[in-house]
Design a protein around this ligand. Structure first.
Ligand code: NAD
Length: 420
């Protein structure tokens, strides 16, 4: 199923199902489940924006705080035509378990605006961003809720968020948002952090499965921030990235694509199609490609019950959030495909977001290598913790990852007690 169509399916139902499975495995009591399962706060905002032609266009936006039990809510902001409240609730829920899994002192949140940035000018995007921030202002702040980039938002959007929030406060507040440009207090290594984390988790999975990374074949769906960096790191470690796609086309070269050149081509043309030395294929061919590592790095529900039977990869590394539906997950399990669950695989982004926030709070900046080393330690140790539960308890990697995340949040609410 095409990703654009698939995101309309209910990711929130999948998020609740993931929670229930982990809570059952943990034998979590009913009261604790009731406290931690559902979003703490949901805000829906209507955003009138004056467009380039002088007319007003109204956009719908959301910010959801799923949990603040372990610290401020944390999660990206998505700009995409299919953004809807259930999707944002699902993404916020996954953020809670993800932050707890890598043991950083954040809860989970997410935001989004239903819009198509590809059809908007920079000025329109800036006005939309500033109006959105003004509307969610009571909820966000460095101690409350800290946005970050997600699909079709980038460091420039984060800069506008920081500026709008700072204007309202009357002074500059760097720690209100992460994924900022370096010149505004962003962290070295944040832009590549999610893709780098994906690479570290693939590395761990290959070691566990005894698949040599050198020469391993990989296919990557989605060639944005996360997919392109993961592909780049695989390429530089001599894996062969044989197929790649984006929303506009899919390409294939059995000898391996030259990823640095492909990144330059995508930058220049805005698409992967038309790259010299590759043949054009259909998106479903990429998903069914015989390879060692399949990396869905676009949107939710990319692998569903329709295309899961065609998957021929040894490892599915979930760089995107929620790319495998629960039904597809069962099919992959039966086929013996090793899945690195999203909350583990893509946790590098929020981990370096946490590093950025720490640096902002301390007004002290770290060197890039320091960021990479710390990230590597966090990713490898989270992978090892999840794998241990997977092997000892004989549960899937997804359930094991959720057990760690849900377990830590459950512990926090028990320690805090119930207000009032
Ligand atoms: P991005 O906007 O930089 O890139 C998204 C890519 O997906 C683009 O190349 C786009 O063309 C492609 N895409 C969209 N529809 C597609 C389709 N139907 N088929 C194939 N490709 C398609 O976004 P990103 O930041 O790289 O995020 C990708 C995924 O990773 C999302 O699920 C996001 O939630 C998740 N994620 C991102 C971060 C982060 O730090 N950016 C952190 C954790 C998780």
């Amino acid at each position: 199923m095409a990703v654009a169509e698939a995101v309309k399916k209910n990711a929130y139902e999948a998020a609740l199902e993931n929670f229930d499975t982990a809570a059952d495995a943990l034998e979590l009591d009913y009261d604790t489940r009731e406290i931690i399962k559902y979003p703490e706060r949901v805000l829906e905002v209507s955003l009138p924006v004056r467009m380039y032609d002088g007319r007003i266009h109204r956009f719908q936006g959301y910010r959801v705080q799923h949990s603040t039990a372990r610290g401020p809510a944390k999660g990206g902001i998505r700009y995409h035509p299919y953004v809807n409240l259930d999707e944002v609730k699902a993404l916020a829920t996954w953020m809670t378990w993800k932050c707890a899994l890598v043991n950083i002192p954040f809860g989970g949140g997410k935001g989004g605006v239903a819009c198509n940035p590809k059809e908007m000018t920079q000025e329109e995007l800036e006005r939309l961003t500033r109006r959105y921030v003004a509307s969610i202002l009571p909820l966000i702040g460095p101690e409350r809720d800290i946005p970050a980039p997600d699909v079709y938002t980038n460091p420039q959007v984060m800069a506008w968020i920081m500026d709008t929030y700072s204007m309202a406060q009357g002074y500059t507040v760097q720690g209100v948002v992460t994924g900022k440009p370096i010149g505004l207090g962003g962290s070295l290594g944040r832009n590549e952090a999610t893709g780098r984390g994906v690479f570290f988790s693939v590395q761990s999975a290959c070691t566990h499965l005894k698949i040599p990374l050198k020469g391993a074949k990989a296919a990557v769906q989605g060639f944005g921030n996360v997919g392109s960096i993961a592909a780049q790191l695989l390429h530089s470690h001599e894996a062969r990235v044989i197929a790649v796609n984006d929303s506009r086309g899919s390409i294939y070269n059995p000898k391996g694509l030259d990823i640095p050149k492909l990144i330059a081509h995508k930058k220049e043309t805005g698409r992967v199609s038309g790259f010299t030395g590759a043949e054009e294929i259909q998106p479903e061919e990429l998903m069914g490609m015989k390879c060692d590592i399949l990396i869905p790095a676009a949107l939710e529900n990319a692998i569903d019950s329709d295309n899961a039977p065609q998957v021929r990869a040894m490892i599915v590394a979930e760089a995107a959030n929620g790319p495998v539906t629960p039904e597809a997950d069962r099919i992959l399990e039966e086929k013996g495909v090793f899945r690195i669950p999203d909350i583990l695989c893509n946790a590098g982004g929020v981990t370096v977001s946490y590093f950025e926030w720490v640096q902002n709070e301390q007004h002290l900046f770290w060197e890039a290598q320091d960021v990479y080393n710390r990230l590597e330690r966090v990713m490898h140790s989270a992978f090892a913790e999840v794998l241990k539960i997977n092997l000892e308890r004989k549960v899937s990697m997804r359930t094991a990852a959720n057990m760690v995340g849900v377990g830590r949040v459950a512990e926090a609410v028990k320690l805090r007690g119930l207000f009032p």
